[in-house]
Design a protein around this ligand. Sequence first.
Ligand SMILES: Cc1cc2nc3c(=O)[nH]c(=O)nc-3n(C[C@H](O)[C@H](O)[C@H](O)COP(=O)(O)OP(=O)(O)OC[C@H]3O[C@@H](n4cnc5c(N)ncnc54)[C@H](O)[C@@H]3O)c2cc1C
Length: 388
Amino acid sequence: MKAYDIIIIGGGIMGSASAYYLTKADPAIKVAVVERDPTYARASTTLSMSNVRIQFSLKENIQISQYAFEVLDRFETEMAVDGNRPKIYYHREGNLFLVDAANKARARDAFELQKSLGCRIEWWTPQNIRDAFPLYNTGGFLGGTYGPDDGHFDAYAALMGYKAKARSQGAEFLQGEVAGIATRSGRVTGVRLAAGASLTAPSVINCAGAWAAQVAATAGVHLPIVPVKRQVFTLDTAVKPQGPLPLTVLPSGLYFRTETGGVILLGKSMAEDPTGFHFSWDDKRFMEILWPELAEFVPAFDRLKLVRGWAGLYAVNTLDGNAILGQWPELEGFFLANGFSGHGLQQAPAVGRYLAELVLKLPITLDLSIFGPKRILAQKPLSEGGLV
Ligand SMILES: Cc1cc2nc3c(=O)[nH]c(=O)nc-3n(C[C@H](O)[C@H](O)[C@H](O)COP(=O)(O)OP(=O)(O)OC[C@H]3O[C@@H](n4cnc5c(N)ncnc54)[C@H](O)[C@@H]3O)c2cc1C
């Protein structure tokens, strides 16, 4: 039975970032990250759109992204190991959220909040939008909010960067499946692996992404987190935009942006997206539902080739669509970093740092206690529009 100070279940972006911040804060602690699939074939991290934005309507979510911007700017230097720098291809081509009559009040409130927190955010008229992106048909829209600092990066490279750096600081990455969390008298004592071995630790962090509820249930903790399938499509359009297109988000939730190689990535979260561990993608959804909507907003995209698609899982917190962060009040030593829906990648730096500070009882740099799990027990949702 091997003993650790902290065991992290799941080595995706949350687990790896947490391991990095923990071992950075205290190089003497023994941290194990248990990951069942080191190829990350089904991890949300590697199946994501890798977008980062300050365009949220909850103060803490905005502050989390402000820290992500800082970290991404210096990521390649900070994560260098023996002179090897991860290349994360961080592009800041902006995010444009379209505004119509129905979402105007909410968009205005979010815009004012973002400005008050010092973010660069612009309110664009339909003419501003057409000037910048002449392919867009702004009919029916009142304008949009444009965040020039928003952008995207290579999620796999960022994951590998955190992992390599955490390892260089002493974290151990173990291949294995956690079959259960061991507890005694209201506190965690470690984990049992499916292969039979047990690991002990006074602190266990659940970073199991869309599998978080299953993992927590082994300790009798019931989280309102469900896996929801989300699909993304890769398009080769006959008409190519003049330059990069920002991540453009319509009020319906349809979103798209340009990607390296002259293609467009597009997706939309839909109410009928199935819950469960499903990974198949469906070209009919694109052809019959998403393409007509895209072609209405970008008429030049009425001719295109659907190159491929993929599906990944959002870990959806059915209470309020926001993260659940911190120690579970009814089980000492059991920490959660769960329920990130479609925005966890950009939240990993702030969440990893916060968890490290919580677990090691260090002063808190950015207070994220608003996401604390007490609200789950109290059934008190946070309000943040348009996240799920
Ligand atoms: C299509 C799509 C688009 C997205 N776009 C964005 C975006 O643009 N911007 C953004 O910020 N976020 C985005 N996200 C969300 C983001 O990808 C996730 O919130 C984030 O990656 C969650 O990281 P994680 O480490 O919690 O989970 P994961 O990356 O899923 O990692 C969890 C890991 O836990 C492991 N695991 C699970 N159970 C066990 C067990 N019992 N034992 C051992 N290991 C276990 C799994 O194998 C997995 O590797 C998107 C997600 C999807 C699906």
